[in-house]
Every structure is written in C-alpha cells, then in structure tokens.
Write a protein that binds this ligand. Structure first.
Ligand SMILES: [Fe+2]
Length: 250
C-alpha cells in the first residue's frame, strides 16, 4: 500500500522556480470590480487582488465581470461605472496598474440579444470572452459562434478545459480552433484545483499548442495563492516559453 502511495507522489511533475508573469504583461480574465458578481465584494478586496496580481509581474488587467441573465444582470454602464471607481481608487493609492474592463458572457438567451444589438463589451482586437454552462453543451453553440463572428466579434472561449462534456474528444477543441475561436486557459487549472481531469486536459491542450490566451479567472485571495502554485508548474513554463500567447499584445 505504501509503495503505491509513494509512486503516486513520485508521478507528480517536479515543480520549477515560480515564473515571473511580466512575460505575459496582461491578464485577460478576472472578477475584480467590486460588488457586481461573485468576485471582489468591495473596493478594499478589489485593491488587494490587483496589488497581488501586480506582485506577480502583471502591469495590466482586463477584468471581466460575469454577465448572466439569471444572476448577474450587468450592463456596460454598470461595468464601466465600476471601472471608473476602481481606476480612481488605484490612482489615489498609487497602484501603477492599467485596468480595462470587458465581461465574461454566459451563453444564455440574452447573450444572443446582446450580439444582435452589438452591445457587447470587448477587449483588444474586438475579442469577446464567453463561457458555457458546465452541465451540458448548449445545442445552439455553433450558431452563436457564427452570429458573433457575423457581427464582427472575435470569440474567446473561457476555460475550455473546465467543460467535462468536451473531455472525451480532442476533436471538439480542434474544431473551435478551425472555426477561429480562441481558447483561453485558466492558469489555476494546472494546479489540479478544479479536478485532476481538468489538469490533465489543460496539459494536453498546452502540449498540442492549442492555447492562445491565459487568464487568472481570479475571484478572491484563494485564487492568488493557487496562482503562486501554478507559476511553478512545468506546463505553465512551457506555455509561456513558447511565446505564442496573445496576452502580451493586449
Ligand atoms: Fe470567470
């Protein structure tokens, strides 16, 4: 029995020195605006999270509050109003980080309406971050991606490694790439935080050179601690070392 347990520990990849995230420059997925989703509850928490991100080497964050019709009815006005508040507080505190805001759109009926109205918050080169339900693949997924692109948006799928309904088929991930959907990995997926399976798929996506954006998806200080661990994983070192991520140009 003890032999098996020790084998388990031996099979874990060796951790490396924590990588300086200034090579990424910019984080593309987080929940730092105070009190409008399940991220930072107030300004104090927002500032603490942004300071922590800066200590890892980031000089810019594109923060992405949830937009989800059943839970977080955030409009561009609400999000940009909170962004102004955070910018003011950062300036007052002398925190030298550039902050922009977009959103993490949940694929629901209202998302379709927002696409048609061309009322989405974007970042960089007209990128739109969107997420899927975790239970099952939405039947209209391909149609929504098509509508997004028809409206001139560039879709970025948030944490593709976290949807278990894709885990059995790498072809589904290839299909996204063939259809010009950018895959955004959560760096904390590499720690095993979500599940060992999510970690395994994340490593496979990196090995197959399928990831073009990496994000923290940071909601709270617990995620910051996990990022400290993620920074030591050989998979993140490999991903950043390959130099193909779009973060730096955002
Ligand atoms: Fe998120």
């Amino acid at each position: 029995m003890f032999g098996k347990i020790s084998q388990l520990f031996q099979s874990r990849p060796k951790l490396l020195d924590p990588i300086d995230l200034s090579v990424l420059r910019c984080d593309v997925h987080s929940h730092f605006l105070p009190g409008i989703d399940d991220g930072a509850p107030d300004m104090e928490a927002s500032l603490a999270l942004i300071r922590s991100i800066q200590e890892f080497g980031y000089s810019k964050v594109i923060t992405t509050p949830h937009v989800m019709s059943d839970y977080y009815r955030n409009t561009p006005e609400i999000i940009l109003g909170k962004l102004d508040d955070v910018r003011e507080a950062l300036e007052k505190e002398g925190v030298n980080v550039t902050i922009e805001a977009a959103a993490e759109y949940y694929l629901d009926a209202e998302f379709m309406d927002l696409i048609k109205a061309k009322n989405l918050l974007t970042f960089g080169d007209n990128y739109v971050l969107f997420e899927l339900p975790f239970i099952s693949e939405p039947p209209n997924l391909k149609n929504i991606i098509f509508e997004l692109q028809l409206a001139g948006y560039k879709p970025v799928l948030a944490h593709p490694e976290r949807y278990s309904f894709f885990h059995m088929s790498i072809e589904r991930y290839e299909e996204f790439i063939e259809n010009d959907v950018i895959l955004q990995l959560n760096m904390n997926s590499l720690t095993g935080h979500y599940s060992p399976e999510v970690q395994r798929i994340s490593e496979t996506l990196i090995e197959r050179d399928m990831i073009r954006m990496v994000g923290s998806d940071c909601h709270h200080l617990g995620h910051i601690e996990l990022m400290n661990h993620a920074r030591k994983t050989p998979a993140l070192h490999r991903l950043l070392g390959e130099g193909k991520l779009l973060n730096k140009g955002l």
